[in-house]
Design a binder for this molecule. Structure first.
Ligand code: GLP
Length: 241
């Protein structure tokens, strides 16, 4: 694992955006894997800035999101689909047909999961996968457990995640109890992985991810097995490393 320690959130966002820009200039039809949450917001803002300055062209870029709440439609303001369009895609020249996000209101979960996996394959696999990390070490919505599903699947959210994510909802009761997520196997197939972590709350999970034993109770620790992972952490998140 390659660890980049930066001073603060701003620097983390600049570094992350720089990696995206360099990747797209090398390969115009790059396949990106993208996360949601608070952490990548600064990176998305910086990418929008660079796009407006004419420095990045997203017209051939393809994206796959990590996960989506089960039961939320793309129009729901707390859906990850809505988040991605509002915070990023509406502000760059990406083509709608090149954006892929699991369908949270699918009638056939099994079929949707299989379809998502096959689409990633069809597009040539993910070149560059960005990740955030849950306070409990989850990746996407792969929650700590004694065993994990490798492929895209429907997952029950843990109480810890429901509580952590309730900050984005009016009421904790409104937080969906299930989500569709890429599996750890899907994620590990990406050619390159960049994990972003900022703030003291992430410090214990980051320490276990980097220095702990590989185990499914800390899904992020599986990343130790990948050959091209970079973790960009600010001072606070790197406190225990
Ligand atoms: C959610 C998402 C994850 C994300 C995590 C951390 O549960 N499913 O993909 O990494 O939260 O979010 P934040 O960056 O807001 O701390």
């Amino acid at each position: 694992m390659n660890i980049i320690k930066v001073k603060n959130y701003k620097e983390l966002s600049m570094q992350a955006a720089g990696i995206v820009a360099a990747q797209i200039s090398r390969k115009k039809n790059t396949v990106l894997g993208l996360p949601t949450g608070q952490t990548p917001l600064g990176m998305y803002q910086e990418l929008i800035k660079r796009f407006r300055k004419g420095e990045i062209d997203f017209s051939q870029v393809i994206t796959f999101n990590l996960d989506e709440y089960y039961g939320l439609s793309p129009e729901h303001p707390q859906s990850y689909n809505y988040y991605m369009w509002q915070t990023f895609f509406n502000n760059i020249n990406i083509k709608k047909e090149n954006v892929f996000i699991p369908d949270g209101v699918t009638k056939d979960v099994q079929k949707e999961c299989r379809y998502y996996e096959s689409l990633i394959e069809k597009k040539g696999g993910i070149d560059l996968q960005f990740l955030g990390i849950g306070d409990n070490g989850h990746i996407g919505f792969n929650e700590p457990a004694i065993a994990l599903n490798s492929k895209t699947h429907l997952v029950n959210l843990s109480q810890a995640t429901i509580e952590a994510n309730s900050r984005f909802f009016n009421d904790i009761e409104d937080v969906p109890r299930k989500a569709l997520t890429m599996g750890m196997g899907t994620i590990m197939k990406a050619k390159q992985i960049i994990l972003l972590a900022s703030g003291m709350k992430k410090a214990p999970a980051i320490a276990k991810t980097i220095n702990g034993k590989v185990n499914t109770e800390v899904p992020a620790s599986l990343l130790q097995l990948h050959r091209d992972v970079t973790i960009i952490v600010d001072k606070d998140a790197a406190r225990d490393v």
